[in-house]
Ligand binder design. Structure first.
Ligand code: BT5
Length: 257
């Protein structure tokens, strides 16, 4: 990341809480009150951490739970680009703070380390009465310190933390500060230059690049070889019959290792 002359906006103000149901819900509450872009909520733990589609996010003390209010001047159809942008920023922040690791992004919103999920992004959009974006809450969870044995049984095979991968983890505050900086850089890049630089940053980091994958999307199972992302953020799959299909949302699975 090069020097960024823009004034710092993300994390101004930063609301720090000991415990909260979900930083995304708290940030949404603040956004609905009219708080400005950049308002962020950082919690030490969550009692009802959320993933996509009503799933839960395991949120014990010691890890990072951060949500940022964005008010992007973008059409609502571009909202998926924000969660891909956050994934690129997250991978970059992890690489900067945990030297030696090679973070990978997994479409649409995960970051993986050493074959396991270390972080996730939950972007939630709210539109104004005319249909334009009112705000987007970008929520980020990063496992900093949880040992593999500290995850619930159903996550033990699939989750990891920076501490488990590298033997050490940055403090929550240091990670949050660095992440907000990198996130702001990528957000400004997206607004100024469009999605192309984000796409170019995302594709080489993709854990499934060139691999056969299956995507569950709106009740359908789509199979194909991952061929990167489209200019609008849709995942590009080449089916065995040669046809190229686009997927805008869904859950991606692939044969690991
Ligand atoms: C996500 O959902 O990966 C988005 C997670 C976003 C969490 C942040 S924390 C701050 C903010 N406030 C919130 O309430 N949420 C955001 P999804 O792709 O649906 O993945 C959820 C799945 O990941 C679960 O069903 C589990 O299989 C797995 N999982 C749950 N907790 C995990 C953890 N701590 N580490 C790794 N995997 C986890």
């Amino acid at each position: 990341m090069g020097p960024d002359p823009a004034p710092r906006v993300l994390g101004q103000p930063l609301v720090e809480l000991e415990v909260v149901e979900s930083t995304n819900l708290e940030a949404r509450r603040l956004a609905r009150e009219g708080r400005p872009e950049g308002t962020a909520v950082l919690a030490a733990r969550q009692t009802g951490g959320r993933g996509r589609l009503g799933r839960a996010w395991f949120s014990p003390a010691g890890n990072l739970y951060l949500s940022v209010v964005l008010r992007p001047p973008l059409p609502p159809a571009h909202a998926p680009q924000l969660s891909l942008m956050a994934g690129v920023a997250l991978a970059e922040a992890i690489a900067a703070l945990a030297p030696g690791v090679e973070p990978r992004v997994k479409w649409p919103n995960d970051v993986w380390l050493g074959g396991r999920k270390v972080a996730g992004v939950l972007a939630e959009l709210e539109t104004a009465p005319g249909g334009a974006i009112d705000f987007v809450i970008v929520g980020i969870g990063v496992n900093l310190v949880t040992p593999v044995g500290g995850f619930p049984a159903e996550l033990r095979e699939i989750a990891t933390s920076l501490q488990a991968e590298t033997g050490q983890a940055p403090s929550r505050d240091a990670f949050a500060r660095a992440l907000l900086r990198v996130l702001e850089h990528w957000y400004n890049t997206l607004l100024r230059d469009g999605f192309e630089p984000v796409r170019a940053g995302w594709e080489p980091c993709s854990i499934t690049r060139g691999l056969p994958v299956a995507v569950r999307s709106a009740g359908e199972l789509l199979r194909g070889v991952e061929q990167g992302i489209e200019p609008d953020g849709a995942l590009r799959l080449r089916r065995s019959d040669g046809a190229v299909v686009r997927v805008l949302a869904g859950d991606l699975e692939w044969q690991r290792g």
